[in-house]
Design a protein around this ligand. Structure first.
Ligand code: GZL
Length: 329
């Protein structure tokens, strides 16, 4: 056994031990059959939201489920930390790299290094912008543009139901230059473009973070006050921050101001049921099974789909909300 093989076995053994002692008992039930020994390097953006934490938990659970050794690194919202993590994965000679790029640009160099090392790369959740089509094997993540369209189409229905003749919207966006921010903004704008009642007063960057969402809402209320009819927020965390500011201003969220959010975690669904949010577009973080299945195919030299979108729904005050099961994030 050469040093490379020995190192991989040591890491694999450590990863398995870590997973065994640091994670809940092995998942019973639908344990998939996997005979492929695999070391997966995963670089996660951070822990900025319930969505992100749910995504991390699912990646770790499914790695254990599939018997895949996982080297997991949390970049704490920093692209340079992700680039450094990917370089460590290359040095350890992992079999497959997977990562969720915090923003779309700046990956060509490190992904070229992964390609030169013969390590396939899976994009999880978010995409990259590059002229190179050979740097990644596939993207597993939501259709963010469609999430924006679903949000816009809901607002048109809501305006019709309320008989609104003019709809003034403020938008609190996710992290600038990230795939979900770009595509949720585009999908929503395209969905309402032909409706003359709709006016976006301002879009402001909340970075997918609750405290920033609150700051954005405070600024928007100071600037536009009761002209605001709708808040379109790119994720639940920022929505929670915005709701606190709306209530502090003496307004009733969900009634005085229509609230549209994206992610669909448990807390957002609970607040939707209370009537303080009017619409939540689902963005599932449960991508772990597809990531593990795809990593195994890549390790075995099989073809994989270039894009895998999970099925996603919309939850709103148009529906009977009593039968929504536990969200798991
Ligand atoms: C969407 C994901 C976004 C979530 C946010 O797939 O990238 O990042 O909507 C998270 O909650 O911060």
């Amino acid at each position: 056994m050469n040093s490379k093989q020995l190192l991989k076995k040591i890491i694999a053994a450590f990863s398995c031990l870590t997973m065994m002692f640091c994670s809940p008992a092995c998942t019973s039930g639908d344990k998939p059959q996997n005979d492929t020994e695999l070391l997966l390097g995963f670089s996660q953006i951070g822990s900025e939201s319930a969505w992100r934490i749910g995504n991390t938990n699912d990646i770790e659970k499914q790695a254990q489920n599939y018997g895949i050794s996982l080297m997991f690194e949390n970049a704490n919202q920093n692209r340079e930390n992700q680039i450094a993590a990917i370089r460590r994965f290359i040095a350890y000679k992992v079999d497959v790299i997977a990562f969720s790029p915090i923003v779309e640009d700046g990956w060509d160099n490190v992904l070229t290094e992964a390609k030169d090392a013969g390590i396939p790369v899976i994009l999880v959740d978010r995409d990259i912008s590059t002229d190179r089509t050979d740097l990644t094997a596939c993207l597993i993540g939501a259709d963010f543009y469609n999430e924006g369209v679903m949000a816009g189409e809901y607002l048109i229905r809501k305006a019709d139901a309320l008989g609104l003749e003019e709809v003034n919207i403020v938008e609190i966006t996710g992290t600038a230059n990230s795939t979900p921010m770009r595509q949720r903004q585009a999908g929503f704008a395209d969905a309402i473009a032909s409706d003359g009642r709709m006016h976006i007063l301002e879009s402001i960057d909340g970075d997918f973070i609750k405290s920033r969402g609150a700051e954005c809402m405070r600024t928007l209320l100071e600037e536009y006050g009761d002209r605001i009819d709708v808040v379109y927020s790119h994720n639940d965390e920022m929505t929670f921050g915005a709701i606190n500011e709306i209530e502090a201003a003496g307004l009733v969220p969900g009634r005085d101001i229509i609230i549209i959010s994206i992610d669909g975690g448990q807390e957002a669904i609970d607040i939707l049921s209370q009537g303080k949010i009017n619409c939540v577009v689902e963005c599932t973080p449960m991508l772990g099974r597809e990531v593990m299945e795809t990593a195994i195919r890549l390790k075995n030299g099989e073809e994989v789909e270039p894009v895998i979108h999970p099925q996603e729904r919309i939850f709103s005050d148009e529906q009977d909300l009593s039968n929504i099961g536990p969200r798991g994030y």
